[in-house]
Design a protein around this ligand. Structure first.
Ligand SMILES: O=P(O)(O)OC[C@H]1O[C@H](O[C@H]2O[C@H](CO)[C@@H](O)[C@H](O)[C@H]2O)[C@H](O)[C@@H](O)[C@@H]1O
Length: 382
């Protein structure tokens, strides 16, 4: 959707393939069925990870690790130099020509939305809560919670997070939302017309309030493998000061935010070594975190499509989905919206980044302001 240019470019066809579990969700073709635990533990098949450290270096993983989500200390060290600070400011402002602020472009957005029904998708860490050193301290402010609650009373709203669904619910504590945890591999949605997706059946369940819900868990076969690798990874990084693990149910995070820079590489090597034995798991990289997850063709973008479909919003031209997120994994959702030519992404970033989002917001404080403005606009216009 060329929202910035004309607000009306032609709709492009959905390029996403149809999937079917278990074999078709695999992003590589060799295995035709899911291996037994015995097989996948001792496999020597080529893993979908950079094989040699040299290759890894040239592929840019090392640079990524150094650059991702600079620590506050480093940011301060950087900005003590006024000239550098001015330079960064200028770079950011230049970048905003391509990714305008969703706040300053608010009228353009609402003009475009017109009478369309908005559907909101929100990432959690770095979007609704600021990035902090300890994952368990990434609390959402009460003011943010009120803002999310308010928009959710006006538009269908979902949180899509890399965290486990339970954990993200514990942070957000709002029953009026839909939740997708583990990068969309664990969705709790409405009991609507969607009973399956890509060959995976939804499971009928009840939520904490006893309401009937649909659970969609396309990676459930991977649970034993994930808990095994969680244990092995934990053992392998145990001696690295500051490195820590997080169990996100269908994926595992290895955090290195509190590791000395000189040891970053060691963390990567250890993770890589453990994953040598797991060709059915892949490694992605977030903000000072490695994310280990099943090699199924499922991500936050697919989760957005699934939720739109299950909410009965997928076919309608009158729906405008907006996705707000800060991380690499949110790019999958930005891409889906861009390709389907219907909605758009908003990247939360205080530094210039290449993205498939259309707009930007600097930080969670600006996200909150944007949500409040959306709610006020909706209430005024009805
Ligand atoms: O998809 P998200 O909701 O953004 O989850 C991605 C990861 O977020 C969390 O880690 C990030 O936030 C932490 C708390 O601010 C921070 O300490 C860490 O450095 C960041 O990477 C979460 O803890 C991870 O498990 C998620 O994979």
């Amino acid at each position: 959707m060329d929202l910035k240019a004309s607000l009306s470019s032609p709709v492009v066809a959905d390029p996403l393939p149809t999937l079917a579990l278990p074999s078709a969700v695999m992003t590589f073709t060799t295995p035709t069925s899911f291996p037994s635990p015995g097989l996948y533990l001792n496999t020597s098949k080529k893993k979908p990870l950079p094989a040699k450290l040299e290759e890894v270096r040239t592929n840019g993983w090392f640079d990524l690790m150094m650059a991702s989500s600079p620590t506050r200390k480093r940011q301060i060290k950087d900005i003590v130099n006024d000239v550098q600070a001015d330079d960064l400011d200028l770079q950011y402002h230049n970048w905003m020509v391509d990714y305008p602020s969703a706040l300053t472009s608010f009228e353009t957005i609402t003009d475009f939305a017109g009478s369309k029904k908005l559907a909101l998708f929100l990432d959690y860490d770095g979007t609704l809560s600021p990035i902090v050193d300890k994952p368990e301290n990434a609390l959402m402010s009460d003011e943010m919670r009120d803002a999310v609650k308010h928009v959710a009373s006006l538009f269908p709203t979902a949180i899509i997070s890399g965290r486990s669904r339970d954990k993200v619910f514990d942070f957000v504590k709002l029953n009026e939302l839909y939740y997708a945890g583990s990068h969309g591999m664990d969705i709790m949605g409405t009991v609507g017309k969607t009973t399956e997706s890509n060959g995976v059946e939804c499971i009928r369940s009840t939520d904490s309030q006893g309401k009937e819900v649909n659970l969609f868990q396309p990676a459930s076969e991977f649970l034993p493998m994930i808990s095994e690798v969680y244990k092995k990874l934990g053992e392998s990084i145990m001696d690295i000061d500051g490195a820590r693990m997080e169990d996100n149910k269908f994926c595992v995070s290895v955090h290195y935010r509190n590791v000395a820079e000189d040891d970053y590489w060691k963390v990567f090597q250890r993770v890589n070594a453990v994953l040598e034995d797991y060709p059915y798991l892949k490694l992605t990289h977030g903000r000072k975190v490695f994310e280990v997850r099943p090699v199924i063709d499922w991500n936050k973008g697919k989760a957005v499509e699934f939720l739109l479909e299950s909410l009965g919003l997928n076919e309608s031209e009158d729906v405008l989905p907006i996705y707000v997120g800060d991380d690499k994994t949110d790019e999958d959702a930005f891409k889906v919206l861009k390709a389907s030519n219907r909605g758009f992404g908003i990247l939360v970033s205080s530094i210039p980044k290449e993205s498939d989002a259309f707009y930007s917001l600097r930080d969670p404080a600006e996200v909150m302001e944007f949500l409040k403005k959306l709610a006020a606009w909706k209430e005024q216009s009805t």
